[in-house]
Design a protein around this ligand. Structure first.
Ligand SMILES: C[S@@+](CC[C@H](N)C(=O)[O-])C[C@H]1O[C@@H](n2cnc3c(N)ncnc32)[C@H](O)[C@@H]1O
Length: 272
């Protein structure tokens, strides 16, 4: 990053982005946001932050592309399979079998909610389960809704599915052709996709299980605490919270409001 790109200039840019679009990146972790702004500049072959600023405010398309670069969409099917194994064997059996509401926050292109849908189906809970899958990024949500993934990705993550406790033929869940794979409708029918910004939007339901994985890692401490408050408020008493590998409930104001189901896998239960 050029020496001329100061934290103040970055804040000013993020402030303008917020005022123009409502997307609030001002409290994202400084180093990570700097890296991603630099990535966006490299993609556009733009050398200065002022030129970048001019570029993104020139058109909606440029702004959309910039926001997409800021929002790290990396994800996989059955990411960290042992987490899904624990959800399957320790969390789902403890949930009511009349109504289960799950929230996959920051779901990116949908690999997380599709993995949850398959897991709940295999555990015989599909009938009672609704999985709300949200992300800040509209184009990720549009991709997720389609349930179409590269066939090579499906094949690559078949081993994740088995490590996550899946005992069937993973390819039975999709139809493939021309290098693409489409999940069958019964995998999609419990999924509700919509845009939701954890920073600016409020709670919209009471959930039995919330996954907020690999999202808060990009936030500064104040923003993490704010999002933890939203997640806490959105969980039913006795509901479960699953964080990402590098995220933690410790050192947040909610540390004592949960008991650990698996501290290593970052799975917690809200006290009743
Ligand atoms: C690295 S991906 C994680 C995807 C998935 N949860 C996983 O663990 O594989 C982070 C996602 O968080 C989303 N995100 C970032 N800031 C957000 C916010 N304020 N509200 C909702 N989603 C956000 C990004 O758009 C991106 O899709």
């Amino acid at each position: 990053m050029s020496g001329l790109i100061t934290d103040e200039k970055i804040f000013e840019l993020l402030q303008n982005v917020y005022q123009r679009t409502g997307f609030d990146y001002r409290d994202y972790a400084t180093l990570s946001i700097k890296r991603r702004i630099q990535d966006a500049m490299d993609i556009e072959r733009i050398k200065s932050l002022d030129d970048m600023s001019q570029h993104i405010f020139k058109s909606d398309a440029a702004m959309k592309k910039f926001i997409l670069t800021l929002s790290v969409p990396t994800t996989t099917l059955f990411r960290d399979p042992e987490v899904y194994n624990c959800i399957r064997n320790k969390v789902l059996p403890r949930l009511s079998n009349t109504s289960i509401r799950i929230w996959s926050t920051g779901c990116s292109s949908g690999e997380e909610p599709y993995s949850l849908s398959i897991t709940t189906k295999e555990e015989g809970l599909a009938k009672y389960t609704r999985i709300y899958a949200t992300d800040l990024n509209e184009s990720s949500i549009e991709t997720a809704k389609k349930g179409i993934f590269k066939l090579s990705i499906m094949q690559e993550y078949t081993s994740n599915y088995h490590l996550a406790g899946g005992a069937f033929d993973f390819s039975d869940y999709y139809t493939s052709g021309y290098g693409w794979a489409k999940f069958h409708d019964d995998i999609k029918e419990n999924l509700v996709f919509s845009q939701h910004n954890l920073v600016t939007d409020s709670s919209f339901n009471e959930f039995n299980l919330i996954l907020c994985r690999n999202v808060m890692i990009y936030f500064n401490k104040d923003l993490q605490d704010k999002v933890h408050a939203l997640l806490f408020q959105s969980l039913a008493p006795g509901g479960y919270l699953v964080l990402g590998d590098k995220e933690n409930i410790r050192f947040t104001p909610f540390e004592n409001a949960y008991k650990a189901v698996s501290p290593i896998l970052k799975i917690y239960q809200k006290m009743e």
